[in-house]
Design a protein around this ligand. Structure first.
Ligand code: MCN
Length: 787
């Protein structure tokens, strides 16, 4: 008899990778040193828009240890243009995007020259000796101003600063009615403008890249989320044969979308290393990172919501004005459009129109930051639901209940054209209100108002869903996304019965090694400790589409599961042969094949050993149990949940304190509850940070004024409440694991929950919105402070 084995999927395992990540005893890119390695430093433009009139590098070239000083002109022929993989419309303005400015700088922080020297200090010192003459050009920083006919132009060749206009209309798409008549006829029409401030993906490990050009192949180590995409894009844009380039992402200390990019720094280090024929490394400082890693969000949202007096929504119109900054990064123009599919949220909305106009300005370009498009959309609709509730004198939860998709209505095709496969908004909301003591807090809120308590209580609701598991290749193709969305996995059975799993997912803090080991341990019935997960190296894991869009489990984890099944399929005839029975008469459980109805069995490790020895196998059997699988799901996954936030607002100072926060998320089948809790915690804190703390600002000349953590506020543990997390489980039907993504859900849900709470606290004082981040000053002014 086999002892009962505890299932691995669903087990709260501590992460395998924690010890090395937490102690730093691992291969971060900046830890790597190669013989003869040189160091690169980058001179960045101190002005936001200027012609480069002259560059004198002679003094820098004479500095100790300096081997090369290169400008954009020196690299003009080989640097090509940084690729944008998402041409959103056929007429999109796609400017040249040099890795280093050739004749014009278009944002403060753009690379202007580089130094390669024997030490990192010598390289940085030499930057000061480079003399650049800038001929200032007029700067445009505001999106509305940028669209005016007399605006300075960021890319004059297009005749305007408009990058693209993208429209989704439910009447045209056949997914709903026309918005204009529905709005004209509506008894209740609400119009609001919300601003999504600019934010910076403040990952823990600054970006670092090392290139070794010696030997037959060029090897790049980079702190990237996307080693496979990076290799492909570098090959395509630099004309480098793909098979001659190997990209390795060693352990990566966080990305949050900020390392989902092909960066100018990666291109420059590669070009410099090739020129000099020696390994070259660049590691950014924190200030460099804030200036020159892509930023996120930065849009104005104009929303029009039409409803009946009972709160039933009849139409929604969304107009976005998205500030793309100066250039297009890998996904820049597509990020705001991800919101197009999510502004309808969890609601039945009969008519919907979404327009996004994207605009160039003289700022760092924007691209994916955790949630990418979906936090913006969720913020818009969830703020509007609260506004509708206030307008009609209804409870915010009640307005949502009257509009959301009932659990019995799944699968449900939304007005934005997505089919939500499963969900149960009622169950998550009931559980959240219970944990939160919703009614008790409402009573306290009323009491404080009656008693003119200077500390007011606000309650914020966010009932979100999101599209993640970014995958179905067909759908991505229909959105002109430049790549497929499949994921690949391979399983190698080693002669001693240990297992190597090769995954195309590229974790940078999400714990894939642990979760993938759990999946394989369960499926093959081998010990968790006997599974090793290999990733992040285009030579070891040659096929992959990497990690973003909370896709890794629902796509990459499923590929691992399918590969494990194929190992079992291959093992079955061998087990039957060894046991002397027919393959159809075999059972498999807890790692053992048994001849049905007998105690006669053989373990998967024994089968592996027999295949390795190859002495006694079925006739014609190829002695190899390894298997691979590529999974391309039919649909996204749609996690959802209800987040409730209570804030205390000090009316004398405007200070906001989060008093309690409850979230009940539904991410389908959970592989590792500890990891999921960690993701929810991190995600929620990210969302709170946007609501209350983070903002990237530029002065009127286009200088980033929030270039350090002293100016760019991130919350610390002292600013945060205890987070109460719980889950409901409604399995996804789009993948055999039933899993939905979790990596971004907290971020998507939390921001509107917090802002709704702040506005709710002071709504009776006539406030209907407070711009993010809701700093004490902004809150105090909103309630009349200083008036
Ligand atoms: N998981 C699970 N059960 C589920 C869903 C997920 O056990 N039902 C586990 C997975 O096995 C995986 C983790 O949770 O270990 C996250 O899985 P998933 O939701 O598939 O997300 P990804 O792994 O694709 O991660 C991407 C996502 C994104 S888009 C951002 S941004 C983000 C995030 O993950 N950046 C992060 N979480 C981060 N966490 C850390 N520490 N650092 C970052 O940079």
């Amino acid at each position: 008899m086999t002892a009962a084995v505890e299932a691995e999927v669903g087990r709260a395992r501590r992460r395998k990778e924690d010890a090395r990540l937490i102690t730093g005893r691992t291969r971060w890119t900046d830890n790597l040193t190669l013989p003869g390695m040189l160091h690169l430093a980058i001179l960045r433009s101190p002005v936001a828009h200027a012609r480069i009139a002259a560059v004198d590098t002679s003094a820098a070239e004479a500095m100790p240890g300096v081997l090369a000083v290169l400008t954009g002109v020196d690299l003009a022929k080989e640097q090509g243009s940084m690729g944008c993989a998402w041409p959103v419309t056929p007429d999109m303005a796609a400017p040249q995007h040099p890795a280093m400015a050739v004749d014009t700088v278009r944002y403060a922080g753009e690379a202007v020259a580089l130094v390669v020297a024997a030490s990192a200090y010598q390289a940085r010192d030499a930057l000061d000796a480079i003399d650049v003459e800038y001929a200032d050009l007029p700067v445009v920083l505001d999106v509305t101003r940028a669209l005016a006919a007399d605006s300075p132009l960021v890319h004059p060749e297009f005749g305007s600063n408009r990058c693209a206009t993208w429209v989704f209309d439910s009447a045209e798409a056949g997914t709903g009615g026309e918005t204009a008549p529905a709005i004209a006829d509506a008894e209740v029409v609400l119009r609001r403008r919300f601003r999504q401030q600019r934010i910076i993906p403040a990952f823990m490990e600054p970006r670092s890249v090392l290139v070794d050009p010696t030997g037959d192949q060029v090897t790049m180590w980079s702190a990237t989320q996307v080693p496979h995409i990076l290799r492909m894009m570098l090959a395509a844009t630099l004309g480098l044969p793909e098979h001659k380039l190997r990209v390795i992402a060693p352990d990566v200390g966080g990305g949050f979308g900020g390392k989902l990019q092909v960066t100018p720094e990666e291109v420059l280090v590669l070009l410099a290393a090739r020129r000099l024929g020696r390994p070259v490394k660049y590691t950014e400082t924190r200030s460099d990172s804030m200036l020159s890693c892509h930023h996120g969000r930065d849009q104005f949202q104009d929303l029009t919501l039409a409803a009946r007096p009972d709160g039933t929504i009849t139409a929604l119109e969304v107009e976005l004005l998205a500030d793309l900054g100066a250039y297009l990064g890998l996904l820049t123009p597509g990020i705001p459009l991800l919101g197009a599919f999510m502004f309808n949220g969890i609601y039945r909305i009969p008519a919907y129109r979404f327009t996004c106009t994207s605009v160039f300005t003289n700022k760092m370009y924007t691209d994916a930051v955790r949630g990418a498009g979906r936090p913006e959309a969720t913020f818009g609709i969830e703020r509007m639901m609260d506004e509708l509730a206030a307008e009609l004198g209804l409870d915010p939860l009640e307005v949502r209940r009257r509009n959301w998709i009932g659990h019995e209505q799944f699968p449900f095709t939304t007005v934005a054209g997505l089919t939500y496969d499963s969900g149960n908004y009622e169950a998550a909301t009931d559980r959240a209100t219970e944990l939160f003591d919703y009614q008790g807090l409402r009573r306290e809120q009323a009491r404080r108002r009656e008693q003119d308590d200077p500390t007011l209580l606000g309650i914020g609701v966010s009932t979100y869903t999101e599209m993640c598991g970014i995958a179905p290749s067909k759908v991505l193709g229909s959105l002109s996304f430049g790549a497929g969305g499949w994921e690949h996995a391979a399983i190698r059975m080693l002669p001693t019965g240990k297992v190597e799993v090769v995954t195309g997912s590229s974790p940078h803090g999400q714990g894939h090694e642990t979760a993938w080991s759990q999946i394989v341990a369960d499926r093959l019935g081998v010990p968790f400790e006997d599974v090793e997960v290999l990733h992040g190296d285009t030579q070891i894991s040659p096929r992959g589409m990497d990690t973003y869009g909370s896709r890794s489990l629902a796509v990459g984890g499923v590929a691992v599961l399918l590969a494990a099944d194929r190992v079992l399929d291959k093992a079955r005839p061998v087990a039957a042969h060894l046991l002397g029975c027919a393959a159809e008469d075999l059972d498999f459980a807890a790692g053992r094949f048994t001849a049905r109805g007998t105690e006669n069995g053989v373990s998967i490790q024994e089968v592996t050993g027999a295949v390795f020895a190859a002495h006694d196998l079925p006739d014609g059997f190829e002695p190899n149990l390894d298997a691979q699988a590529t999974f391309d799901p039919e649909n996204f996954s749609f996690p959802h949940g209800t987040h409730l936030c209570a804030v205390e607002v000090d009316t004398e100072t405007g200070a906001v304190k989060i008093r309690s926060y409850v979230c009940v998320d539904d991410v389908g089948t959970v592989v590792n509850p500890l990891i999921v809790d960690g993701q929810v915690h991190g995600g929620v804190v990210h969302g709170i940070a946007q609501a209350l703390f983070e903002e990237a600002s530029y002065d009127e000349l286009g200088n980033l004024t929030t270039g350090t953590f002293a100016d760019y506020l991130l919350p610390t543990a002292a600013d945060l409440p205890h987070l109460v997390t719980d889950r409901t489980v409604t399995p996804a039907t789009s993948n055999p694991l039933g899993a939905k993504g979790v990596g971004e859900s907290g971020t998507i849900a939390a921001t509107p929950a917090v802002v709704n709470a702040v506005v709710d606290a002071v709504r009776h004082l006539g406030v209907t919105d407070i711009e993010m981040p809701c700093t004490p000053q902004r809150v105090w002014r909103a309630i009349g402070g200083g008036a």
